[in-house]
Design a protein around this ligand. Structure first.
Ligand code: ADP
Ligand code: MG
Length: 397
């Protein structure tokens, strides 16, 4: 686990006065005007759980790289704490720090920084070589991670023979070769073409599913952040202005700044069924009978109703037409007219995967949990509201 507490980085040679001003709440620009010192990161606190992908997002100059580099102490922070499994990076002795950088963490940069005169195999094995690992062992490990990033067959090639996307795969393989627990990735895909970039995001998600590293990933691209992040921290002027899950950021932006950031995102990729479903307020039980059901449907203007058993499990749905027919026949139990061909989905399904179904279904999509219990329904109105960015999508019908 990584815990960053009140981290501040001020660039310059005379940071004491600047730090004192910062602690009093003086804005960055005023600090700069008065002291000539530049605030890179301002009082940032966050926690990254083991195995999660934590994304730091923000515009250029917002302090993302500074923050990341403080974590492996490429840059020395001016104040605060960076606890890695409880040990503060800022007070580590040189030997400990070297160990940390060699074994526990690896960094992937935007520019691939490969060694041009080494082939791919030796580029990937480089970190192990530095650790003094024997040649057979390090090459075997390198082959393994090269395969993992989809570059088998390229071991003997040189960086100049590879496309940008492939070079970045090498960069990732190189970082994985030393089996670090933590990966620090500073805009690793920003220099790539959009399609290649999407491939790389998918690849990273796959790798992460297998390896469950703790990843801190920087991007200035919200779609990328939403796609790969378990949590996202948004930075502005050196400060973290919001931390949350992708849905938190989309559905309840903490400020106008965040709201403007999320305006143009393709929400269907980030929203899930759970975030736009409506609570199933109008349901019936088999014993309720057709007359009760019909009254209910008329009163609320519904053409279908979901039927639940006594434990809340979804049995199916009935239509108003069938209920009327049943009532005319004088049959009291709904059992004969319950249909079970309604579309269902689980709460975690991305909205993007449901839009097709939405388009043709006449029955609302039922959102059910593993026990078949009805959690909510997807009706067109709330889905469209969710996609359009209305915050009213959650459970309010
Ligand atoms: P980002 O990675 O979000 O683009 P950076 O962390 O690179 O942002 O920069 C944050 C702020 O710190 C910017 O105002 C930048 O100009 C300043 N900065 C970054 N590096 C230095 C440096 N070595 N010396 C002085 N100021 C710096
Ligand atoms: Mg940067």
């Amino acid at each position: 686990m990584i815990e960053v507490k009140n981290l501040t980085k001020i660039y310059g040679h005379n940071t004491d006065a600047a730090l004192a001003m910062l602690k009093k709440g003086v804005p960055n620009q005023e600090i700069k005007d008065k002291t000539k010192q530049v605030v890179g990161v301002r009082d940032a606190s966050f926690t990254v759980e083991n195995g999660e992908t934590f994304v730091i997002m923000g515009l250029s100059g917002s302090g993302k790289s500074t923050l990341l580099r403080c974590i492996n102490r490429l840059i020395k922070a001016s104040a605060g704490q960076i606890l890695i499994d409880g040990v503060d990076v800022l007070t580590m002795a040189p030997k400990e720090l070297e160990e940390l950088r060699k074994r526990k963490m690896a960094m992937v940069f935007q520019r691939f920084a490969l060694l041009p005169h080494r082939n791919i195999l030796d580029n990937v094995a480089y970190g192990l070589e530095v650790q003094g690992v024997k040649i057979e062992e390090r090459q075997a490990k390198a082959r393994e991670v090269i395969e993992m990033v989809g570059l088998s067959g390229w071991e003997d090639s040189y960086p100049e023979n590879l496309s940008g996307g492939m070079q970045q795969r090498v960069g990732i393989a190189r970082a994985l070769a030393t089996e670090p627990d933590i990966l620090l990735m500073d805009e690793p895909f920003s220099a790539l073409d959009p399609l290649i970039r999407q491939d790389m995001q998918d690849e990273l998600i796959d790798i992460q599913e297998k390896l469950q590293k703790t990843i801190i990933f920087i991007t200035h691209d919200l779609d990328e952040a939403l796609k790969i992040g378990d949590h996202i921290a948004l930075m502005k002027d050196g400060e973290i202005v919001q931390i949350g899950s992708p849905e938190d950021i989309l559905l309840s932006p903490a400020s106008d700044y965040v709201a403007r950031f999320v305006e143009n995102v393709n929400r269907s990729l980030a929203l899930t069924a759970a975030s736009v479903m409506v609570r199933p307020r109008y349901v019936v039980h088999p014993k309720d009978g057709p007359r009760t059901s019909l009254n209910f449907m008329e009163k609320h203007g519904l053409s279908t109703l979901f039927v639940l058993d006594r434990t809340g499990k979804l049995k199916g749905y009935i239509s108003a037409e069938d209920a009327a027919e049943l009532a005319a026949k004088g049959i009291k139990d709904l059992a004969d007219i319950i249909q079970d061909d309604m579309p269902t989905t689980n709460p975690n399904t991305p909205l993007a995967d449901l839009l097709d179904v939405m388009a043709y279904t006449k029955v609302p999509i039922a959102v059910i949990d593993e026990d078949q219990r009805l959690q909510g329904t997807l009706v067109r109105g709330s889905v469209i509201a969710g996609l359009a960015g209305g915050r009213g999508g959650i459970n309010n019908g």
